[in-house]
Design a protein around this ligand. Structure first.
Ligand SMILES: [Mg+2]
Length: 391
């Protein structure tokens, strides 16, 4: 079997046109700070990391990471790449443990685990290409005819604009929707009412028989969430996402036990151990690890097993190929997040400008190709003029 010959990391900095987000676009963890100014600036990201792993037969597997790409590049280049060069990619479980344990003193969560994730995803793409099979066929195969997806955007703004966006998404065939909250604790009761008006406004457009989810992106706190939950109940949200910061597992557990709106989260949790705590504490009703951060596909599959045994569905964070493959291969993953193709705004859209091969949703579902090897994406040269690329 071919051995890993080299790893190439590149940071893609978008310099092309951007859509500025409006105020009250989406709450986030920085809202709790005293500073005035644009908390949204801390939420946007216009850089991305690609991680290409090449074996000595010339096959290249591609992984990626979205957040903090310049430091993740350094973690991979200086620490992780030397650990896996010369190794057999099919020893992926061993390689994962090697990266995890050799960096345990400073890695584990955050940057360290995100760097491991990027490499692990590239290794899975590589394995698929080497045996000429799509990744989901290596993970358990097809569990669904097609993958149901939910439309994930609806950032907070004027109600009529959100309603028009929801209507356009419905007309495009979407049957499930996720919106964002724009106001939090510092905005008091008036802000809480603005939040509720927008949930009511979107629900009015999409009707009562479709799934509606709402995301606070860690911009609230326990007190605020306890006060708003009963007011959200009439809108029958399928879940309320990340009401409090990721470290507050007890807070998640308390909110979820209230059983008013199912609580979801996990996109800022790391590793099998971190997700085990969310699961065992019944802190979430839906687990949403981000494969790009949680430890890649190798960790995600182990977490899937724990979640399945605990009857907690897994709907990974982000509409990206690695998540679609995991969703296809697991009965316990009922649907996938889907970011509509859009001009560069918050940064979620950037992968559409770096990669090609992502499937487009149609009638609220998407399909994976039984014959496309690996993850089925490649790096595109279509938008190169809009990037500064380092590495
Ligand atoms: Mg989210």
């Amino acid at each position: 079997m071919p051995k890993i010959k080299s790893i190439r990391t590149r940071v893609w900095h978008w310099t092309g046109p951007v859509v500025p987000p409006q105020g009250n676009f989406c709450t986030n963890a920085s809202d709790a700070l005293w500073m005035k100014g644009d908390a949204m600036a801390s939420f946007r990201f216009h850089q991305w990391l690609t991680c290409e792993i090449e074996t000595d037969d010339g096959t290249i597997g591609i992984g990626n990471a979205a957040l903090a790409p310049t430091v993740i590049k350094q973690a991979i280049d200086e620490w992780l790449a030397p650990l896996i060069i010369g190794e057999d990619p099919f020893d992926y479980a061993y390689l994962w443990e090697k990266m995890y344990r050799r960096t345990h003193a400073w890695g584990r969560k955050g940057i360290g685990m995100t760097a491991i994730s990027a490499i692990d995803i590239a290794i899975w793409d590589l394995m698929g290409k080497l045996v000429n099979k799509p990744v989901f066929k290596l993970l358990g195969g097809r569990t669904k005819e097609t993958i149901p997806v939910y439309y994930s955007k609806l950032y907070s703004g004027p109600i009529d604009e959100m309603q028009a966006e929801a209507e356009a998404a419905m007309n495009a065939g979407h049957t499930a929707f996720k919106m964002r909250f724009g106001w939090g604790p510092k905005d008091g009761m008036a802000g809480m009412r603005e939040n509720l008006k927008r949930v009511a406004g979107v629900r009015e457009v999409i009707g009562d028989d479709t799934d509606l989810m709402a995301d606070a992106y860690m911009g609230w706190n326990l007190d605020y969430t306890k006060r708003i939950l009963p007011k959200l109940a009439p809108f029958e949200l399928r879940w309320l996402e990340e009401p409090v910061i990721a470290d507050d597992i007890a807070g998640y557990a308390e909110l979820n036990a209230m059983n008013i709106v199912p609580i979801s989260g996990g996109e800022h949790e790391f590793s099998i151990m971190g997700c085990k705590d969310l699961i065992n504490n019944r802190a979430v009703s839906v687990l949403q690890y981000d494969t790009n951060r949680v430890g890649g596909i190798t960790a995600a599959q182990k977490i899937n097993a724990i979640a399945e045994a605990s009857q907690i569905p897994v709907i990974p964070h982000a509409g990206q190929m690695h998540n679609y493959h995991l969703t296809m291969a697991n009965t316990n993953c009922p649907m996938a997040e889907y970011f509509p193709v859009f001009d560069v705004e918050v940064g979620n859209e950037l992968f559409y400008y770096i990669f090609e091969g992502d499937p487009a949703a149609s009638d609220g579902r998407l399909q994976l190709d039984d014959d496309a090897p690996g993850l089925g994406i490649s790096i595109t040269d279509k938008y190169l003029a809009h990037f500064d690329i380092a590495g």
